[in-house]
Design a protein around this ligand. Sequence first.
Ligand code: FAD
Ligand code: EPU
Length: 338
Amino acid sequence: MNIQQNVSLKSLNTFGIEAKAKEFVEIKSKEELVVLCTNFNLKDRNVLVLGGGSNMLLTQDVDGMVIKVSLKGISVIAENDDHLWVKAMAGEVWHDLVMWSVRNGYGGLENLSLIPGCVGASPMQNIGAYGVEIKHTFDSLEAIELDGGTIKTFSHAECKFGYRESVFKQEAKGKYIILSVTFKLSKQPNFNTTYGAIQQTLQKNGVVEPSVKAISDAVIEIRSSKLPNPKVLGNAGSFFKNPEIPNVQFASLKQQFPDIVGYPASEGYTKVAAGWMIEQCGWKGKVVGHVGSHKDQALVLVNYGGATGKEIWQLAMDIQQSVHEKFGVTITPEVNVI
Ligand code: FAD
Ligand code: EPU
C-alpha cells in the first residue's frame, strides 16, 4: 500500500479545483482496504473517500487521508429466465457498466447512460436521470466499516433511497466505504420513455421499437447536447437539488409565475425545477470572475479556469439567496461540499 503525502487533487475532481490531500492512498483490492480499516485507526482521522470526484466541491485542502477506491471487476453472480444479477466493483466507471449492460441487451440502466463517476458512489445519492434511479435496479451492496473493517451487506430497504438521498448521506455518513454494488437487470426490459426528450429523440432517430441500445443512444445524445463535458469545462452536474415544496405553495407561486416548472413528487408535494428559478433570477450564462452558471443549464455551476472552491461556493450561496428572495424557496446543494 503506497500512502503518499501532499498530493494534488486537481485532476481527481471534475470541477478541476486545486486542493491538496495531506495523505493519499489508492486502493485496488478488498484485502488492502481491510488492512487500512483495521490497522490505521481511520475513525480518528479526517477521511475523504473518492470515486471519480464528479459530485464534490473541494473548498479547502484535506487535512487527513483521501482514499481513492479503484477496485475493478464486473461479474454475473446469478440468473434466471427473466433476470440477471450483476455485481460491479466500486472503482468501475459507471458508464462502462451501463455500456456492458447495453452491449449484452440487459435492461434497467440504459436511462442512466453517461452519468460521470464510479459505481461505488452510485448508491450514495441514488443517481438518477430521465425517469430512472438506481433504486429501480439495485439489489444490494457490500461495504466495509471504516472503524474496524467489518464487511456488511446492505439490502435495498437498508439503503433508504430517496431523491438524491440514501442512508450513506444521513445516519451512515462517513462510516462506510462501498466495495461493490449488485444490480438486478432485466432480460425482457420494460422501457421507461416517459421523459419527453427521450420520446422526441427516438422519434427523430426513426426508432419504432425501443431497445436498450436505442434508449441509451438517445440519452447520450440528449446529455451531450445539454450538459457541459467536465473534461472541457469544470463542473459537477446539477449543483442544487430540485426542491420539493407543498402543493399549496406551488399553486400560489403558479399564480404569480404562470410559467414555473413543477412535477408531482411525494404525496402533497411538487418538485420544482431549480434550473428554471435560477434562470428567472438572471443567473443563466452569467460569469462572475472565474465561475458562473452554465449558459445552457442554469443548475450547472462551472469553473471557467483557475477558480477556487470558495469562489464556486460563494456563487452557490448568492444564487441560493436570490432564489429565496424571489420565490421564497430554499434550494440546497446536491454536490458534496468538502
Ligand atoms: P465522488 O464525487 O468521488 O463522490 C461523491 C460522494 O460519494 C462523496 O461524498 C464521496 O466521499 C462518496 N463516495 C465515493 N465513492 C465512495 C465509495 N466507494 N464508498 C463510500 N463513499 C463513496 N448525478 C445524477 O444522479 N444524475 C445525473 O444525471 C448526473 N449528471 C451529471 C452530469 C455531469 C456533467 C457531472 C459532472 C455530474 C453528474 N452527476 C449526476 C453527479 C455525479 O456524476 C454522480 O453523483 C456520481 O455518482 C458521482 O460519482 P463519483 O464516483 O464521481 O463520486
Ligand atoms: N430549465 C430552465 N432553465 C435552465 C435549466 C432547466 O428553465 O437553465 C427547465 C427546463 O426547461 C425543464 C426543467 O427546468 O423544463 C428541467 O430541466 P432538465 O430536464 O434539464 O432537468 P433538471 O431538473 O435541470 C435533472 C437532474 C439531472 C438529470 C436531469 C435529467 C437534479 C438536481 N438534476 O436536471 O441530474 O440528468 O434531470 O433527468 O435532479 C445531476 O444530478 O447532476 C444531474 C445532472
